[in-house]
Design a protein around this ligand. Structure first.
Ligand code: GLA
Length: 389
């Protein structure tokens, strides 16, 4: 990859002398969905697929971005003197947002830079191509400008800050955290209320993680996401009239059930119920994994899907078809929607000897029912974002 990236860099920007080489992964969340902005737990892992970048400092205040995946945008040019989100920048609003966030947080970027990227995370699939790009940019900036007082967690927070305030999606911290802090063969058990975390080895013995891409992305994803977040905030405010809590993540199911009537709206009750139950499922799932009880882990994944489908309502017909098909296949330990929802991917744990049947059976039935092909990736868990040699 490095050769192609550097050849492009040289073609566009004269030569690639002294350009740095960087990588930032995508992520998949195993369980703990829509809990991160509710102060609950999540359990994502970084993937070995991701975004590669080549970058070099310039002497003036110009910033130039080029994506080998989205060549139609050409070289996107911006300036340090005008850090604004512009529609015509397209994808480059993500790295530019990180430059903006560095400035906002008083980390000095005093000259521009040139940056070329190429990635193998399918766009819009819910595997965090945008968080990958944000954290990649953070790593590039700290490296190019010799900024040493930012940890990888700081880079995750800066990525989230730029996505919230520069790109308008009110996302939680899970994606950027997983991308920044990923560790090979481990998932990250993160408490989003304190950012305390623990690595848990994902030992599946005779099974694999299979991601299935529905290849649908329903519009209004960001606005529906922001709506869900607001509904949870409304529910929390109502509960705070009777409970001394700061987030839904502090509640157990029993306390929630006893007090839920103060929310006084069936939709918001279901949203909050999901947040509370999913947090508990995540804690239980990590305990099951540590106890090598993969069957239990899979059951909790299945329950997570049902809750996201019925109570949180972030699934869609195509994803439900994929999950229903998966549940019927012997050797599937668990299967659920993963990521923000409204399309994107499912994550399944599948016994090694059932993977071929899984791909063939679901591939065929999905095409018949939906009219287009799904894509399958048997993935490995990789390390977080970094400078490469
Ligand atoms: C998106 C957001 C995350 C998280 C998930 C749902 O991926 O970026 O912060 O909320 O959705 O779990």
């Amino acid at each position: 990859m490095k050769e192609k990236l550097f050849a492009k860099f040289a073609e566009l920007f004269g030569d690639a002398d002294e350009a740095g080489f960087y990588f930032s992964p995508g992520r998949v969340n195993l369980i703990g969905e829509h809990t991160d902005y509710n102060g609950g737990h999540v359990f994502p892992c970084a993937l070995t697929i991701g975004t590669y970048g080549a970058a070099r400092k310039r002497a003036d205040r110009t910033i130039r971005f080029y994506s080998m995946n989205l060549e139609k945008f050409g070289v996107v040019e911006a300036s340090l003197d005008c850090l604004e989100n512009k529609k015509e920048y397209g994808w480059a609003n993500y790295p530019l947002g990180v430059v903006w966030a560095f400035a906002k947080k008083n980390h000095l970027i005093d000259t521009g830079f040139d940056m070329v990227i190429w990635g193998n995370i399918p766009n819009g699939s819910g595997l965090s191509s945008s968080a990958s790009l944000e954290v990649l940019t953070g790593v590039i900036l700290t490296d190019l400008y010799g900024i040493t007082d930012l940890s990888m967690i700081d880079l995750a927070l800066i990525g989230q800050y730029s996505e919230n305030n520069f790109n308008g999606c009110n996302c939680g911290i899970m994606d950027q955290f997983a991308v920044a802090m990923g560790k090979k063969d481990n998932a990250i058990f993160l408490d989003t209320s304190s950012l305390s975390y623990e690595y848990a080895p994902v030992v599946l013995k005779d099974a694999k993680i299979v991601i299935t891409n529905s290849k649908v992305k329903h519009s209004l994803v960001d606005s529906a996401y922001n709506d869900r977040r607001q509904e949870c905030t409304d529910a929390l405010h109502a509960l705070q009239s009777v409970l001394d809590i700061e987030s839904l993540g502090e509640l157990d199911m029993e306390t929630f059930e006893k007090n839920k009537s103060v929310i006084n709206d069936p939709v918001r009750i279901r949203r909050a119920k999901h947040a509370v139950a999913e947090n508990q499922r995540t804690i239980d799932a990590v305990a099951a994994l540590k106890a090598s009880n993969i069957t239990k882990f899979g059951e909790l994944m299945n329950q997570s899907h049902i809750s996201l489908r019925d109570d949180y309502e972030v699934s869609c017909e195509e994803i439900d078809i994929l999950v229903d098909l998966a549940w019927k296949i012997p050797g599937v330990i668990g299967s659920r929607i993963t990521g923000g929802g409204f399309g994107g991917c499912t994550v399944s744990i599948v016994k090694n000897d059932a993977v071929d049947t899984f791909i063939e059976t679901i591939g065929k039935a999905y095409k018949e029912k939906v009219g287009h092909e799904a894509e399958f990736y048997t993935v490995d868990i990789g390390d977080g974002a970094r400078r490469m040699e």
